[in-house]
Design a protein around this ligand. Structure first.
Ligand SMILES: *Cc1c(COP(=O)(O)O)cnc(C)c1O
Length: 346
């Protein structure tokens, strides 16, 4: 068999920085950020606050740290946070809310589009009773990773935030891919984040930076979050070297997300033509394609042999993610390989 390029659709975290991004990193002005003296980190935080429409921002090591620090800053020990049962916070963050923040997460059902039912959420908010924990926080994920990268529309976020705020509950958006959400919704990131008290987004996913996330909120919240970040060991020194990649990403990598969304649609339409694939391509809104096949393990194994990498987000489910470095031609090639692999004997 001839040498074939691996088409890696496992995640948008597998991107490597472009030469221009690396140059920006090499040339970054730096200082000690724990002393507040790194100009590149400060620039990234100012840009992030502006784009999310919040007062202040904090550069953190990862999306997981962004959510953890947000939960630690919104909740006291023994408080309760409500999150979707398919949320990244619930599924993939090693129960940091419980294990580190000391908060109990109570889940509400996510529908197939990642939405939460406002009535259910309201029913989960605790009343005053000596037995009950205090409901401190509601977490919303946008786009919704496990729900095919679905976009939560601004009016849904507004409705949930209004009801949470009526009960004195604060709202955090896990916006790891909120730039994808904004593009697909035809809204600004600030519109999507507006109803929430805090929002975090990833630089290291579709925006193509090697490291980092940014947590945004009002000044008092970010001041608390800065201490919490220090507590979990996330105070970084000459972090401008990695923040420079984030600055570059915000300046140069946002527009290209449209390409990923287009590629996801092409891939989804191609996959949906295969009899073994259960997928409605109309449900694909952003850069994540999730579909069902009966034998997902065999399917993924066959694809791996053919040089196409994917993940399995659950039994019978396959996930493929578009990102910087995946071009339209790769999608055509991936579809060819999937067709062959699907026809080949196991
Ligand atoms: C990837 C992701 C995170 C966590 O990001 P890491 O940088 O991998 O820690 C959080 N939330 C969502 C929705 C994600 O997709």
């Amino acid at each position: 068999m001839s040498e074939r390029r691996i088409i890696d659709l496992r995640s948008d975290t597998v991107t490597v920085p472009s030469p221009e991004m690396r140059r920006a990193m090499a040339e970054a002005a730096v200082g000690d950020d724990v002393f507040g003296e790194d100009p590149t980190v400060r620039r990234l935080e100012e840009m992030s606050a502006a784009v999310t429409g919040k007062e202040a921002a904090l550069f953190v090591a990862s999306g997981t740290m962004s959510n953890l620090v947000a939960i630690m800053s919104h909740c006291g020990r023994g408080d309760e946070a409500i999150a979707g049962d398919q949320a990244h916070i619930v599924q993939y963050e090693v129960a940091g809310a419980a294990g580190v923040a000391g908060a109990q997460v109570r889940t509400a059902r996510n529908d197939a589009r990642g939405r939460l039912d406002p009535e259910e959420v309201e029913s989960l908010i605790r009343g005053e009773n000596v037995h009950h924990p205090n409901t401190a926080l509601l977490c919303i994920e946008n786009t919704h990773n496990r729900c095919s990268g679905a976009v939560i529309p601004p009016e849904d976020t507004q409705e949930l935030a209004d009801l949470a705020h009526r009960h004195g509950v604060r709202v955090h958006i896990d916006g790891a891919r909120i730039f994808n959400a904004a593009l697909a919704a035809g809204a600004s990131v600030a519109d999507l984040a507006g109803p929430a008290d805090s929002v975090g987004f990833c630089l290291s996913k579709a925006l193509g930076a090697p490291v980092g996330s940014v947590l945004c909120g009002d000044g008092a919240f970010i001041a608390r979050a800065r201490k919490m970040r220090k507590m979990v060991g996330g105070g970084m020194r000459q972090a401008g070297i990695i923040a420079a990649a984030g600055v570059y990403a915000l300046e140069h990598m946002v527009e290209r997300l449209a390409e990923d969304h287009e590629n996801a649609k092409v891939l989804a339409h191609g996959l949906a033509e295969l009899p073994i694939v259960d997928l409605d391509p109309e449900t694909i809104e952003t850069n994540i394609v999730i579909f069902r096949v009966e034998d997902a393990i065999g399917f993924a194994r066959g694809l791996k042999r053919a040089g196409v990498l994917c993940t399995m987000p659950g039994p019978g489910r396959i996930r493929m993610v578009m990102h910087y470095g995946i071009e339209r031609a790769d999608i055509d090639e991936a579809l060819d390989r999937v067709r062959h692999a699907a026809l080949a004997p196991a």
